[in-house]
Design a protein around this ligand. Sequence first.
Ligand code: HSE
Length: 429
Amino acid sequence: MKTVKIGMLGIGNIGRGTYMTLETNRHKIEEATDLDLQIVKILNRHPEKDRGIDIPKEKYVTDIRDILDDPEIQIVIELIGGVEPATTYMAEALKAGKHVVTANKAAIAKNGRMLQELATEKQLMLRFEASVAGGIPILNAITSALICNEFSSVQGILNGTTNYILTRMTEDGASYEDVLKDAQAKGFAEADPTSDVEGIDAANKLSILISLLFGIGVAPEDIPTRGISDISSKDINFAREFGYTIKLLASAESHDGTLTCNVEPSLVPLDHPLANVNNEFNAVYITGNAVDNLMFYGRGAGPYPTGSAVIGDVIGEARKIEKGAAYDLTPHLRYDADLDFRGEGQNPYYVRLRAEDRPGVLGQIASTLGTYEISIRTMTQQTDKEEDGVVSIIIIVHDVERNVLETALNVLLKNHSVKSIDNVLRVLE
Ligand code: HSE
């Protein structure tokens, strides 16, 4: 049996899950692969800290050079997270002749191109399955089994924290603030939840998917992104009345030589497979011209599901090393397709506003939207009046550019009968 020695950077939740996945399933892995995978050194800046896991202390090193300068280590697993110092460490590992496996979406979304060029130059492997949707093997699927397809769209629920919050709001009728506090107390949401709730985490993952599915580079900061912090139980209830549920969707579509994409809370029809993806689960729904529609579903976070994806990549690299065919850049990030990036494109939208309940107001709203060529699909008025004679009005409009809709809504606000625009959300067809 061939032994492959590995260095691991970081021993937080994912590091522990990766180590435990390897040790718990060692027998199965050895039987299936005839490989003896050994994590021999672990970069741990705080070796005195109790990590709640039984790892021989002599494996811990505090200086990355102990890993990079060890000629026996062939694979480096990066599990520190964040763009830096993780990117620099991965680049250093490649320069030192090590193959790299990472779970780091932020570093791959921002610096994947540079790291891939370095890997190509050094004829080394760089794998990052765990960076998108945790335990779901979506990157392997789209770059191997489904590689013959021309993909036209992807919609993903790529963030477990926000899906958990929206599910609890929907099922328990609780407010965003209350569910977030509860999720933080239970350890499901970070103390600083900004990256999750504002859609930044999902935008990083979508940027990676776009490169692999459509072959162009769209930086996460160029993806139109909105989070879930403005969603209220009113939106959830109105959406339900119209036959939708609200999910934070990361979407991209390729059509007639253009790519459109966004991350935003969206109304998903109750009969769409994504509508039933609840709690902390993730799902990726893709359409390819040969395979048609496919949905991948599973745990997008957590030490063991993420560890499963990381160890899968390590085994993939170790198998190539054993066969002496080490250079293989799969998944291969691409940036060369002949597609124009056109922002978020045209979509149907849901609008919730407050206006006076008196004759002619609905007509004025319809007329203003009409001036901007915005066509109304459905419109309804809440039956319970607020004390000052103001009611909520819900409108779903046909396909329109978001900036055109916002211009029209700003004009509506100048009409003294319209008191506020409370939310605007994309509708998935
Ligand atoms: N914070 C992410 C989530 C997990 O809530 O899904 C890691 O990507």
